[in-house]
Ligand binder design. Structure first.
Ligand SMILES: [Ca+2]
Ligand SMILES: [Ca+2]
Length: 124
């Protein structure tokens, strides 16, 4: 009898954990459906570093300038970085532009941008 109970408990445990997996999968599917992005915090330093990498990727001929033909698609935000409107975005224009963009997202000016701040700035 004790063996039976034990086996039942094990079976129940297996069933429960299987359900747990399913619930987690469903939660993930629901999250994907609404475009949920897990909360994140980005520091100004990390943001700057990742934007620097982005610049290097876009600047295909590595001349420290992003020219029109190097832009992936017409992009108003990137165009706005071109402060002297010569159609070219220099490394300096890029880093000033991206950091100014970061500072606009950093609503409470603590040097980090949370996913909430990012979402809020997207609404504006
Ligand atoms: Ca270039
Ligand atoms: Ca320029």
């Amino acid at each position: 009898m004790r063996v039976m109970v034990g086996a039942t408990l094990v079976a129940t445990g297996l069933l429960l954990s299987a359900c747990g997996d399913k619930d987690a999968q469903r939660a993930q599917a629901d999250a994907n459906a609404v475009g949920f992005v897990p909360p994140s915090v980005t520091s100004r330093l990390d943001f700057g570093a990742s934007m620097e990498r982005r610049f290097r990727t876009l600047d295909r001929n590595a001349d420290d300038r992003i020219t029109k033909d190097e832009l992936p698609a017409p992009n108003a935000r990137i165009k706005a970085f071109d402060r002297n409107h010569d159609g070219v975005i220099t490394a300096i224009e890029w880093s000033e532009g991206t950091l100014a963009w970061f500072d606009r997202m950093d609503l409470n000016h603590d040097g980090t941008v949370t996913s909430e701040e990012r979402a809020e700035s997207r609404k504006r």
